[in-house]
Structures are given as structure tokens and as C-alpha cells.
Write a protein that binds this ligand. Structure first.
Ligand SMILES: Cc1cc2nc3c(=O)[nH]c(=O)nc-3n(C[C@H](O)[C@H](O)[C@H](O)COP(=O)(O)OP(=O)(O)OC[C@H]3O[C@@H](n4cnc5c(N)ncnc54)[C@H](O)[C@@H]3O)c2cc1C
Length: 394
């Protein structure tokens, strides 16, 4: 089994200066107080139109974002390529409200598909569905209530935009991931995505839905979708993540008085995540897997399943992915061993990617969790390099 503690491979792409910068950043965001102050400052600065780029760009942005444009990301993509790590360019603009915003994101996402079609190190594309309609449309349509004319038109525009993207991805033979969002937006996204899979996944999985395994219902939904795929003879594209919005899902459920849709504890989420991988490998002839996680045990679980099933490490139906700037020890060690590894690389103007960056900062605000792991690995590598230099001189 792969040793994720091999820091020499994990950080082969990082200079000493880059490592020290990452060390400083992860140490800073490990402090809940600093993150809370930063969050407060960022939200108010945006509202008051106070510039934030001067502080965000050399810190969080530099660690977690590829650049402002596709072209800006290219040096980072080429750097990853040297280590057999691929990239997905993720235009991370959130929270648009007007038709012009949705059309602009559509145009840019089409450009990412075109770019992927011409760059072998960018094998997959992605989009965030809520970038294509106002949030109340997702909420109303997902609640299954009767829709008025404006809402029906909103759903239809959303469906049309998703269709344009999936059709283009199919034409260019570039798989496309559809991100998962808040539970109260998701039903309409699932419905449209299944429709797209039925249409474009006739020969292989081009369109992928995202299953947030922190939800109590997703394992059953995966199995139901698989039955549908079997019956209607299409391939199921399944991107698995644990889920990014746990706190606000729980808060909303409590506030509105419905049972929380999220598992009661972490072991239940982990159990369902790994069960989804087991189920998908058992049905690999019909399900393509995108393992989106920073969890070492889940990655080991997937590798073991693949080995037992006699599947090649680079089976084109199986991908593992981490976010750019996070868990390089998993990405680089798995890529070095020959697995299909791809980094989710967000890009966009500072103001637009700020919500994404604040989520990353919050996610890393736990010394016991992800940050502790990142920090200790970076420290080990800095120490190892220092030792090497001493030996070289000696
Ligand atoms: C490539 C990629 C794509 C992504 N796309 C999406 C997406 O489309 N939609 C989305 O929502 N997220 C997405 N994410 C973010 C992802 O959900 C978080 O990075 C992920 O939740 C962190 O979990 P982990 O699997 O890395 O591992 P871990 O660090 O082992 O797990 C942490 C996660 O476990 C869950 N958890 C923690 N504590 C509890 C608890 N007490 N009870 C129940 N569950 C708990 C939460 O989901 C938490 O985030 C993506 C991540 C990656 C790497």
C-alpha cells in the first residue's frame, strides 16, 4: 500500500520558499479566532467595496487558486504535469443574480471545456449548477411546489444552460462534473443531471452527478440511480464527496424544524462514503467513479477495492481528486504510484472566489484535523531537506 507519509514525493513540486509559505498559511488559518476575524472583515469589506486583494492574493488565493483566468492557470497545470498530476479548471464564480451573470459563467465554462479538449493534462471539466439560475428557483423547484410562470421559465433556462454544457462536453469528449450544493437546492439539480446522463452517457460516463455522502439518504439514492441507469441503459457518472455545508445544513434544519439531512456523526459519513465506493467498484461496468476526498482511509479503501477487483491503477473509469493546495501528500504519492489523479483548480477574480476561499479557511480551522496533518507533513519535509543539506555539506 502507498505510504502517504512520503513527504519527498508529496512536496517534490514545492520549493523551500513555497513550503515555508504554505507552513505559515496553514499555521495562521489553524486559529479559529483569526479565521473568524478574517471572515467578518472579508464579508464587510465586500459589502463596503473595500479592496481585499492586497491581503488575499499573496495568502489564501496563492495557495488555493490557479489564477484569475484560464491562461493564468497554465503554469500551475504544467508544474503538476511533471508529476503525473492532472487538473480540472473550475471557474469559481458564485452567487450571480441576473441573466447576464448566468450567461457570462456559461460562456466561460464553455471555454474551460474547449481548453480541456486541447490539453491532455486537463482531462475533465466542471461547473457549479447554482451559477446558472437565481437561488429561489432551485429552492422552489426542489421543494416540489406548484411553480408560477416566472419560476417555470427559470427552471427551463437552467435546464437549457446545463444541456448546452453537457452537449458541448459530449461533443468534445470531455467528462463534466456537476457539483452538489445545499440540500434544499439539490432535487432539481439531480433531476436535470439524471436527464443529461440518460442523454449523453450512452457509450460511457460523460456527465457526472455529485453524491454528498454526509447526507443520510445518498447511498440509497446512488443505488436507485444505478437501477435507473441499468434499466435505461446509460452509464452512471458518480462523483463522491463528503459534503462542504454541514454546519449550515444543520442550522437550517434546526431553525426550520425538520430532521437534519446530515448524518449524526463523522463515522456514519465515513461508513456511507466508503460503502458508496464499494458499491461502485462492484458495479464498475456501469458506474464511473470520481473519488473527491482528502481522507487517506477512503483512498486506501478505493485502492484495495481496485486491487481485489483486478483493476488497473489507471483504469479510465476511476479518478481520485483533491483540491488544489490541499493534501498534496495524497495526490502526489498516488500519482507517483500510477493512479489517475486530478486536482480541482479554482480560478476567477479575487472577489468572486472569496466565498470558496473562506470555506477552505474554515475547513482547515482545526488543528486536530486537516491542518494538523498538512502542518506536520510540511514540517517533516522541511526538516528532511535541512538534514539532506547538512549531509551534502558533510
Ligand atoms: C475534488 C473535490 C470536489 C468537491 N466537490 C464538492 C461538491 O461538489 N459539493 C460539496 O458539497 N463539497 C465538495 N467538495 C468538498 C468536500 O465536501 C469537502 O472537502 C469534504 O467534505 C472534506 O471531507 P474529506 O472527504 O476530504 O475528508 P474528511 O476530512 O475525513 O471529512 C470531513 C468531512 O466529513 C463530514 N463530517 C465531519 N464531521 C461530521 C459529523 N460530526 N457528522 C457528520 N459528518 C461529518 C463533513 O462533510 C466534513 O466536511 C469537494 C472536494 C473535493 C476534494
Amino acid at each position: 500500500m502507498i505510504d502517504f507519509n512520503n513527504t519527498q514525493i508529496a512536496f517534490a513540486g514545492k520549493s523551500n520558499k513555497g513550503l515555508k509559505r504554505a507552513h505559515w498559511l496553514f499555521r495562521t488559518i489553524a486559529s479559529p479566532t483569526i479565521v473568524a476575524i478574517g471572515n467578518f472583515f472579508a464579508h464587510n469589506a465586500l459589502k463596503l467595496h473595500i479592496p481585499v486583494a492586497w491581503i488575499v492574493k499573496p495568502t489564501l488565493y496563492r495557495q488555493f487558486v490557479g489564477g484569475e483566468t484560464i491562461e493564468d492557470c497554465i503554469p500551475a497545470v504544467r508544474e503538476l504535469e511533471k508529476f503525473n498530476v492532472k487538473a480540472i479548471l473550475d471557474y469559481s464564480v458564485e452567487g450571480g443574480k441576473a441573466e447576464a451573470d448566468f450567461e457570462a459563467v456559461l460562456k466561460e465554462t464553455l471555454r474551460t471545456i474547449d481548453h480541456a479538449a486541447g490539453d491532455p493534462n486537463v482531462p475533465i471539466s466542471v461547473f457549479k449548477p447554482t451559477a446558472f439560475a437565481p437561488s429561489h428557483i432551485f429552492e422552489r423547484a426542489s421543494a416540489g411546489q406548484d411553480l408560477n410562470e416566472e419560476e417555470l421559465a427559470g427552471v427551463e433556462s437552467f435546464r437549457k444552460r446545463v444541456n448546452i454544457l453537457c452537449e458541448h462536453a459530449a461533443k468534445k469528449d470531455v467528462p463534466i462534473m456537476i457539483d452538489a450544493e445545499d440540500v434544499h437546492y439539490q432535487a432539481i439539480i439531480d433531476r436535470v443531471t439524471l436527464e443529461m446522463m440518460e442523454q449523453y452517457n450512452q457509450k460511457k460516463a460523460i456527465v457526472f452527478n455529485t453524491y454528498q455522502m454526509y447526507r443520510t439518504d445518498r447511498l440509497e439514492v446512488l443505488k436507485k440511480d444505478f437501477e435507473l441507469a441499468k434499466k435505461k441503459e446509460f452509464f452512471l457518472g458518480a462523483k463522491f464527496v463528503r459534503g462542504a455545508y454541514m454546519e449550515r445544513e444543520r442550522r437550517r434544519a434546526e431553525k426550520m424544524g425538520y430532521p437534519s439531512p446530515i448524518h449524526p456523526d463523522k463515522p456514519s459519513t465515513d461508513r456511507d462514503y466508503n460503502a458508496a465506493l464499494t458499491f461502485s467498484i462492484a458495479n464498475i461496468d456501469r458506474i464511473s467513479i470520481f473519488n473527491g476526498t482528502h481522507n487517506e482511509k477512503s483512498c486506501h479503501h478505493l485502492m484495495e477495492l481496485m486491487q481485489k477487483a483486478g483493476l488497473a491503477k489507471d483504469d479510465p473509469r476511476i479518478w481520485t481528486s483533491q483540491l488544489y493546495g490541499m493534501s498534496d501528500h495524497i495526490s502526489f504519492n498516488m500519482a507517483d504510484a500510477g493512479y489517475n489523479i486530478v486536482k480541482y483548480m479554482p480560478y476567477g477574480p479575487v472577489k468572486s472566489v472569496l466565498p470558496y476561499l473562506l470555506r477552505r479557511a474554515e475547513e482547515n480551522t482545526s488543528i486536530a484535523g486537516q491542518t494538523g496533518r498538512e502542518l506536520s507533513l510540511i514540517k517533516t519535509e522541511l526538516k528532511r531537506r535541512k538534514q539532506d543539506r547538512i549531509e551534502d555539506r558533510g
